[in-house]
Design a protein around this ligand. Sequence first.
Ligand code: SF4
Length: 361
Amino acid sequence: MTPSFESIACAATPTSIEVLGQTLAEFAAKIGTSPRAARGDYLDLMRSGLGAVLPEPVRVQREGGLVKFCLDVGGADGTRLETESVIIPMSGHRGSTWRTLCVSSQVGCRMGCTFCETARMGLVRNLTAAEIVAQFAVARALLPPSEKDKFADYRYFNSGIKNIVFMGMGEPLDNFDEVTQAIRVMNEPNGIAFPHKQITVSTVGQVDGLRRLGELGWHNLRIAISLNAATDQLRDQIMPLNRAMPLADLKRALLDYPAAPRSIFLIEYVLLGGFNDSDEDARRVADFCRGIRCVVNVIPYNPQRGALYETPDDEAVYEFVSALRRHGLFAKRRLTQGVDLMGACGQLGNPALRRPAAALR
Ligand code: SF4
C-alpha cells in the first residue's frame, strides 16, 4: 500500500513549548507562585490546553492505523532537524485494541549499531524534555476524535495511547537527564499522569545509565534491552558499545536493577539472517537470560537501502522463536508494522543526514 502523505506548514506558536518540560513545582516556580495556586492552570494546560503551545508536525504519514510524524526542532545550514515518532495500533488476544507511542530521545544516535538506520546519522543533538513530551502531546492531538471517544475510559485524557516506548531515534540513557525529566513530567500526578508501568525505556545496554536509572527508585518503569547477540565476539561486531560494556557487565546490571518484584525485562533481539539466527545463538540467548525475568521479542531485520545483512524469511523467524522456547524462554515475534513508513525498528532517521551503511563497519 502506498502511504498517504500530508505536509503541514509550520505554524507560529504563540508561546514556548518549554512548559512541556516542567513538572507542576517547576511551572509554579517559573511563574512565581506556589504549586497549590498553579495547580489548576497546570492541569488545564497539560491535559487539554496544549493547543496554544503545540508545534505543528512538519510531516504526517499514515498507513492503516499507523501514524508517523516529525516535529521541527531547529537546525542550521539549510538542514532541518526533526524528531520522529510513531503511533502504532496494537491488539490483544481478546479483541482489545490500544495505541503505543514510540518517541525519539535524540536526533540521530552515536551508538553506531551496524543494523540501524539512525546510526548512520551519528548523534546530531539531544532532545530536551519538552521536545520529548511534545511528541506525546502532538500524538494525542493527531488521533481522530472517533479514536479518542473509543478510548474515553482510559485515564490518560482520551488520548488512546496506552504505552509510551523510548524506541525511536536515539539511545535514551545517553540523554539521561532530559529523558528522565520527560518521564517525570509525563508521570506528574497533577498533569499527564502517565503511569511508570506503561513507559518503556529501551537501551542498548548502557550499564552506567541503568545503574543511575535504578537509583531513581522508579521500580515500575519498564526496561527493554536491545540484546541482538549473546556472545561478546558477535555483539562487538554489531554494537560497538559492547566493547566498553560487555555482556557480563550488562547481565550484572540487570540482576542488580531494583525492579518491582513482578516486573519483567523486555529483551529485544533483531534477527539478522545468517548472522545471529542459529539454534546455537538461541541457546546462548537462553544462557544470557538465565536468572533474569524476561520476555524475548524477536524482531526480523527490516530491509533497508544499502543493508549489510539479510532479512530472515518467515520460516527462519519461526524456527528461532521455537528454539528460544525449547530453551525455556518466553519468546514471541514482534510484528514489523510500519516498514513502508520507515517507522519500524531501526528505521528512523532523516535520510538527508545519513552516511552509507558501510561506514558503520
Ligand atoms: S539501535 Fe538504537 S542505540 Fe543502536 S544506533 Fe540505533 S538508535 Fe542508536
